[in-house]
Each structure stands twice: as C-alpha cells, then as structure tokens.
Design a protein around this ligand. Structure first.
Ligand code: ADP
Ligand code: ZN
Ligand code: MG
Length: 479
C-alpha cells in the first residue's frame, strides 16, 4: 500500500517597498510607466567608486513591517554583499543582509478552515532589487529602473503544510504590508514575488525530506499550482524508490510544470562579506518602541473589533478587512450614518456588487464614504425608502458621482409620507384585493405582505413602509 506523505513548505517572500526613493540612492522609486533606464544614477547602475547611502525611510518601513510580524529587532544589523554575476545586476553583487538581519524570530497566525495556525517567521531582512531583463527577438535588453529598489524579504520556518496554507499565508502577508503601508504588494506590477521551498516526508516522521526550491513566482495561483505539482512530483519519485535531488527548479507558467534549473547554490557560493561602504544599521530599543507606537491597527485586530464592536457576521468582517482602504471606507460610512448594520449591508452587498462588476478598487469609486453615509442616513430618517436608496439613488450616485440630495431632488425620489395620499392608495389596493383581506383575517400573514407590496408598487417604492403598514392594518381592522 502506498505510504502517506505530508508536504513541508517554507516561503521566502519579496516585497518592494513603497518608499519615495531607492534603497541606497535618491532615484525615484516609482518607475511605473517610465521609459527604460531613466530612473537611474551611477549608484544604482553600479558604477565603480560610488558610495551608497542607506535610506532611513526604508529601515523604518522594514522595522514597522517586522514588528507587525511579531519579530524581534536586534540593535545592530549588517548589510552584506552577495556576489554573483547576472546582466540585470550591474554591481556584480546584491546588497542584502546575511548573518545579522534587521529582524528575527517572528510569527503570524493564519486561519485555515476556521482553525488558527501559527507560522513562525525566521527573519525579515532588507536588500536591493536587481534590474529587469526584457527578452526580445535577437537578444535581451536591460532596464535598470528597478535596480536599487528597496526589498523586504520575509523568510518562514518550514511550518506550512499545504499549498492552500501557503496561499493563505502569502495573502495575509500582503494584507499586513498594505495595512502597515510599507508595500503596495501589487502582484501585477511584480511588487511581490515568492520563492517556495518544499519537501515531503512520511506521515509521523520527524526527519525533513530533501527540499527543492522554485524562485520568482509572481501570482498566488502560480504559488499554489507550483507547490501542487512539486509535491506530486516528489511523492512519485519517492514511491518509485528514488531520491529527490536538492536543486533549484523553474516554474513554467504555461505548461504548469517545474523544470530542473541548477543544483542548489550554497551560501558560500555567494562569498558573502559585510558591505564595506555601509555602516552597521543601528536601531535602538527606544527607536523600536517609538515605531511600535506608530503601528496602525493590523488586519487581525480590526477583524476582531468589527466582529466584537459592530456585531458583524464573520464573513462580513472578513470581506471588510480584506483590504485596508475598504476597511477605512467602511469606518467612515459608519461614522457618517451611525448605523453599523446598515453600513455593512450597503457596503458589502450594494457597493461591492458594483465594484466587482467593474473590477475597480474602492479608491476609484466616485461614491465617497461620507456620501454613502449620508444616503443611509436618509433611509434611517425616512426621507427615502430602503429600496429606492438601493435600486435608484445609489446606482445614480455610482454612475455620476453626484450626492444623494441632488439626485433625490432631480428625480423626485422623496418618500411619500403624506397620510391622505397613502390612505388613498391603500384603500384602492384593498378594494382590488378582497381575497387577500379574507386570507389575512384567516391568519395568513403572507397576504398582508402582498398588500404592502401592492401599495409600494403603486407608489413606485416611495411609500413610507412603516406608515403603509400602519394604515393598512387600521383600514383592515375597520373593514
Ligand atoms: P537554504 O540554505 O537551502 O537556502 P534555508 O535553511 O535557508 O535553506 O531555508 C530556506 C527556506 O526553506 C526557509 O523558508 C525554510 O523554512 C525552508 N526549508 C528548509 N528546509 C526545508 C525542508 N526540508 N522542506 C521544506 N522547506 C524547507
Ligand atoms: Zn539611483
Ligand atoms: Mg537560505
């Protein structure tokens, strides 16, 4: 009988920092839509004799991110040269951190099928990014705009047990970085990339198997697919009585397979040594405490607060905290309307349906939080009905960016709260539906709902629902 194998996974996650300038020079760190090789200088182009200078903001961002991942921050960390040749690396070495990283010994808890699981984080260290090669017919072009971009690298212990867990963890890291504001982690722009280390071992075994590593995966999908493939491949090898080779493998996104690239490089291959042009990084205990106080509320804490303070369903809280901008938006809606339950319903079902349909982010939405809060307030104080707000006013706000007052004015959506007007409609509806009155009197509550519905239809949804209810009851009991 086939043995049972369990996967063992460790991730190395690279995230580009959203600092204004690069890691060791003053070039603009944002090269999106910029012509190749225009955001460069002698430092990030690796000219001989140039002196790098550490970007303080990058250190600060790194420490904040490390604290968010519950890491310890040693007082001293060291930048080191990691030597290797590649055309996208003009210096001939990467400036990274080796045996004295910015932070160590962290952890992050993730939620796997409703169960909390702790993933230990070995370290979060800083380094500079390489340039980019663009392969064209006849050769390869070098673009050094990305060269020198500050990177954070998060390394986990081999605590991850499935591709699904790996994906949950990676998404959680993305969320935390965005909450902290240290990286946009935009996968499409290559701001977040994964190296996966994976091995399999027999269930119950204490000894880790031989691992392979696949580098530079640039989507959550690739992360999961690659691990799926690699786990299956390794199990087949072991089942066949062979041994897994310790090597670096490449992920082919089209064929969805991994292919052998090279035998695993060892640390000594890189000839690490302390970067002689940079001083040690000093982060005092006082600095750490100052930065700790600057940490914003993190996703897990915000989730707990939404569930606790706002009495939110867990699914709603999960959606609303999935994105930092969305969660802030939601809180502004609540403070404008003072009704968390209604705010949840308007943001999660009404607004999100539009955003999903158009595939846009909350930041691009024309309906600002305060405007939505005002709309909800009009429903609460009876100025318009819920259905008019959801089906008429909101879509118009979304399309035009106008506020609700203006739209209600323009389109005459004001709720009908005039007693005599509503009474006239109710009487008409009752006359037309004698059977429903009978049914209601015989205890069929549904019949009453039907009558209310008819009145709302007659008033084009603008009848004040509470008044319609009261008037109908009065009229029926008087019949
Ligand atoms: P290397 O020296 O090969 O780079 P490290 O010990 O630095 O290996 O670990 C790199 C990553 O690989 C870490 O995320 C770690 O958790 C993971 N890892 C280490 N050993 C294993 C293993 N046997 N199976 C799966 N992942 C592993
Ligand atoms: Zn530069
Ligand atoms: Mg290593």
């Amino acid at each position: 009988m086939a043995k049972n194998y369990v996967p063992v996974i460790g991730l190395e996650i690279h995230a580009q920092m959203s600092t204004k300038t690069k890691m060791f020079c003053r070039c603009d760190n944002d090269s999106f839509n910029v012509a190749p090789n225009t955001n460069v200088c002698p430092i990030c182009m690796g000219f001989p004799g140039q002196l790098p200078v550490i970007n303080d903001k990058a250190i600060e961002n790194g420490v904040l991110s490390a604290l968010a991942l519950n890491c310890e921050i040693p007082e001293t960390s060291i930048f080191a040269r990691k030597n290797y040749f590649y055309p996208d690396l003009p210096k001939g070495f990467q400036i990274s951190q080796y045996d004295e990283p910015l932070s160590v010994n962290g952890h992050m808890d993730i939620n796997v099928n409703g169960k909390k699981k702790r993933i230990r984080i070995t370290r979060l260290h800083l380094e500079d990014d390489a340039g980019k090669l663009v392969h064209v017919p006849g050769g390869s072009l070098c673009d050094y705009n990305r060269s020198g971009t500050p990177l954070m690298e998060v390394v986990t212990e081999p605590d991850i047990s499935s591709p699904e867990e790996a994906s949950i963890f990676a998404r959680e890291i993305q969320k935390v970085m965005r909450y902290v504001g240290s990286s946009d982690c935009d996968m499409e722009k290559g701001m977040m990339r994964f190296d996966v280390n994976v091995s399999v071992m027999e269930e119950g075994s204490k000894k880790l198997g031989t691992k392979t590593e696949a580098k530079n995966l640039n989507s959550f999908r690739a992360l999961e697919k690659c691990l799926d493939y690699e786990i299956k491949r390794q199990i087949e090898i072991l089942e066949g009585g062979f041994k897994v080779v310790h090597e670096t493998r490449g992920w082919d996104d089209v064929k969805e397979i991994t292919v052998s690239q090279r035998s695993k490089e060892e640390a000594h291959d890189y000839r690490y040594f302390p970067e002689p042009d940079l001083p040690p990084v000093k982060v005092t205990k006082k600095d750490v405490e100052k930065l700790r106080k600057m940490l914003p509320e993190l996703p897990s804490a915000r989730y707990e607060r939404f569930v606790g303070d706002y009495k939110m369903q867990e699914d709603d809280a999960r959606i609303l905290t999935s994105d930092v901008a969305l969660s802030q938006y939601f809180e502004e809606v609540v403070s404008a309307c003072n009704d968390p339950a209604k705010a949840v319903s308007y943001v999660n079902s009404v607004l999100m349906a539009f955003l999903n349909e158009d595939q846009i982010a909350i930041e691009e939405c024309k309906v600002k939080a305060k405007m939505l809060g005002e709309l909800i307030k009009k429903v609460i104080n009876g100025e318009i009905s819920n259905s008019v707000a959801k089906n008429e006013v909101f879509p118009e706000m979304y399309k035009t960016g106008k506020d609700s007052t203006e739209i209600i004015e323009e389109k005459g959506f004001k709720q009908v709260s005039d007693v005599s007007e509503l009474e006239a409609v109710c009487k008409k509806v009752l006359e037309e539906n004698p059977q429903s009155i009978e049914d209601f009197k015989n205890g069929k509550d549904r019949a009453f709902g039907f009558l209310v519905g008819q009145v709302m239809k007659e008033t084009k949804g603008q009848g004040n629902p509470k008044m319609v209810n009261d008037i109908l009851r009065k009229l029926i009991s008087g019949v």
